[in-house]
Design a protein around this ligand. Structure first.
Ligand code: AMP
Ligand code: GLY
Length: 428
């Protein structure tokens, strides 16, 4: 089979790496890819938003299956266009991708179908929000409805900060049309966990749980980022938690989408908060997570392409997900200054030596080739990933690799996976 993967970050490197292990696959293309991906796939210079260009490429090159990494093309309708042209693609239709592209839609869906989530209300006029804010208290969470490149969620500590956020979004339109409506919701306390599942529209199959680290600095300090690292498994999620998540969140979501005439086919990502009052949905994403995929796929024992074929055929019920016992840790190496401004073009050293450490894979996120060398070309540069016999083993290996790789100004968190270890020691 010939497979095309769409995207060019760490998540897509992990997808390509996993697809390369499929016994069914003879050739992989990636659009646009990156220098790490180029070791496994032929990279083609087509942007992720060039839907007709991608569909033309797939048709001309006899692509048997296209796998979409990022949300943007999904929310633009890439799955619909490929389907219209009779091309096989893995990812939800535009009408189903609304689960990520509209927070108003997803909150209303959860409310209508009794899926546990934070109490919330929707506002289109800033002056109406005050009363509700006072009722739920502070901190309060303000979310712009649409996609805002990860910046659309504001945790407001005070009434003033909350009102400022509402005015900025609704009246000053800092997010444009994405902020025509805002969701205001209660602040939930607890641990966040990411659950990724396959859905064929009827059935779900859950992949191993993982935890992202959103803040830039150790101990969850500093501003939010696209994700500074992840680990899997997550020891504070038990088997029975997973089956409750499946029965009370994932399946009801997929069934609700079907009832709404928005059959959901693809990866359903539930961002969950484990609260003292139960497990609640923070958000849905309609794709693999980044950097969660970098730890989930190395633990998935199944042939990814075979699973995807069953999803597309509507026969996911015949699939049993097999997970490796090993733990996985991904430490993101970022540019100096990220998540603020940063410079690119720094030469990256030690990639081969680090990749040679047993159990270590270096996924490229923001890199490019320049003058025969691999240089930084993004905020998040590498996902330094390791498998180990247990979480501590994976952490040790990943950080050994971090010490071998280097570029000017490289910054990374030193505590990825630590929360998982703390759970172990608390139980011991
Ligand atoms: P979202 O895009 O909705 O996941 O929001 C981004 C991040 O904001 C989440 O990963 C959480 O860390 C945080 N967040 C979102 N909603 C809430 C909430 N209701 N309570 C506490 N934190 C939240
Ligand atoms: N790790 C967060 C995301 O993929 O949206």
């Amino acid at each position: 089979m010939k497979v095309l993967v769409i995207g060019g970050g760490g998540r897509e490197h992990a997808i390509v790496w996993k697809v390369a292990r499929s016994k069914k696959v003879t050739k992989i293309f990636c659009a646009p890819g990156n220098p790490g991906i180029a070791a496994l796939a032929e990279c083609v210079a087509i942007g992720v938003e060039d839907i007709s260009g991608l569909a033309d490429f797939a048709r001309k090159n006899g692509i048997d299956l296209t796998i979409v990494g990022p949300e943007l093309p999904l929310t633009m309708g890439i799955a619909d266009e490929f389907a219209r042209r009779g091309l096989k693609i893995f990812g939800p239709s535009k009408s189903a991708a609304i689960l990520e592209s509209s927070k108003v839609f997803s909150k209303e869906l959860m409310k209508k179908y009794g899926i546990p989530t934070a109490a919330s209300r929707i506002f289109t006029a800033s002056e109406d929000a005050v009363e509700y804010l006072d009722a739920i208290g502070f901190p309060a969470v303000i979310k712009a409805d649409g996609l805002c490149a990860g910046k659309g969620v504001i945790i407001a500590e005070t009434r003033d900060a909350a009102m400022r956020a509402v005015t900025d979004i609704i009246d000053k339109k800092i997010f444009g049309a994405a902020g025509k409506e805002v969701v205001i919701e209660e602040f939930l306390r607890g641990e966040e966990v990411s659950i990724l599942a396959f859905s064929d529209g009827e059935t779900v199959r859950v992949m191993p749980a993982s935890q992202d680290h959103k803040r830039i600095f150790d101990d969850d300090q500093g501003p939010n980022t696209g994700g500074m690292g992840a680990y899997s498994p997550v020891p504070f999620i038990t088997e029975s938690d997973i089956s409750r998540i499946e029965k009370e969140i994932l399946l009801p979501t997929v069934q609700a989408m079907k009832k709404e005439g928005r059959r959901y086919v693809g990866v359903l990502y539930a961002g969950l908060m484990i609260t003292p009052k139960g497990i609640k949905v923070l958000e849905y994403n309609v794709r693999f997570g980044d950097p969660e995929t970098q730890v989930v796929l190395p633990r998935l024992q199944n042939d990814l392409v075979e699973v995807i074929e069953q999803v597309i055929a509507g026969s996911l019920s015949s699939v049993k997900i097999e997970t490796a016992k090993e733990a996985a840790v991904c430490v993101v190496a970022a540019s100096n200054g990220y998540p603020g401004d940063y410079a690119g073009g720094c030469v990256i050293n030690g990639l081969e030596d680090a990749g040679g450490i047993p159990g270590v894979v270096i996924f490229h996120a923001g890199t490019k080739r320049f003058d025969g060398k691999i240089v930084t070309a993004g905020g998040r540069v590498l996902g330094i990933t390791a498998l180990g016999n247990d979480l501590q083993g994976a952490i040790t290996r990943a950080y050994a690799a971090c010490r071998v790789v280097g570029f000017e100004g490289m910054q990374y968190r030193k505590d990825i996976g630590k929360k998982g270890l703390d759970v172990h020691s608390a139980k011991a």
